[in-house]
Design a protein around this ligand. Sequence first.
Ligand code: ADP
Ligand code: MG
Length: 287
Amino acid sequence: MPEKGTVVMSRYELGRSLGHGTFSKVYQARSLVSGETVAVKVIDKEKALRAGAGMVDQIEREVAVMRLVGRHPNVVRLHEVMASRSKIYFVMELVRGGELLARLVAGGGRLGEDAARRYFHQLVAAVDFCHSRGVYHRDLKPENLLVDDDGSGGGGNLKVTDFGLSALSASRRHDGLLHTTCGTPSYVAPEIIGDKGYDGATADVWSCGVILFLLLAGYLPFFDSNLMEMYKKITNGEFKVPDWFTPDARSLISRLLDPNPTTRITIDELVKHPWFKKGHTKRPASS
Ligand code: ADP
Ligand code: MG
């Protein structure tokens, strides 16, 4: 992987590392043309290829999806994509505040209801927008939620990133359901574990439920050092709500973490829930 100070494609000078994934590293970078500071995700083509031909499709899908949904204020914007012989570069909007997870840790482990609600509104606005464009993220978790902090003390805006596992509705089988098992264990919906085929929308709503629980509780609803045990808890919707959750928070969480995807709350219903609506009168903008 390139080092700090490397100039890529004669256009961007790489700065400090911002994070990494399996085939990629993300750097802060400066455009040598405009001077603008951006984030560049560098993907190692060879590593990706070695992981199988499917990986290349996945990268192409990630680009297509980011182009489709990157205009929403709560989705990380993709400026351009470049490729050299050995690398693919995603030039993105730089989200300066880092990961939401880090904020949780810094805040003593959990957020107050109002702060959690603010981020949750923004998360739901982004997810609702993606779904309206036929895009299912499928890997919603705090590491993929960045916060754009302007330092004004308002907490910044949440931006969803990492559409590497996302699906477009066109990739559905003829039964209209998705079949690929993906996502990160703690955040994965029961219908994905069961591989009965699932609707991408309900699975994203489940992950939003896990994220909201984590924000309010400071720990995950489903956890077990044994993966099979954890899957069992997820499938049965077995979790314990902490004492400090208000009745409205409890009620919303139980509707989001309903193991049955056909009775789980939908986005249309959830924006009308009293916990969601508190202090807000209108649905967050979705376009
Ligand atoms: P992967 O697909 O390999 O998981 P991500 O797109 O999730 O890669 O990026 C990995 C990490 O890099 C993120 O969790 C985040 O910490 C950081 N990162 C990614 N994109 C940006 C960005 N636009 N601005 C700031 N940090 C970013
Ligand atoms: Mg990621």
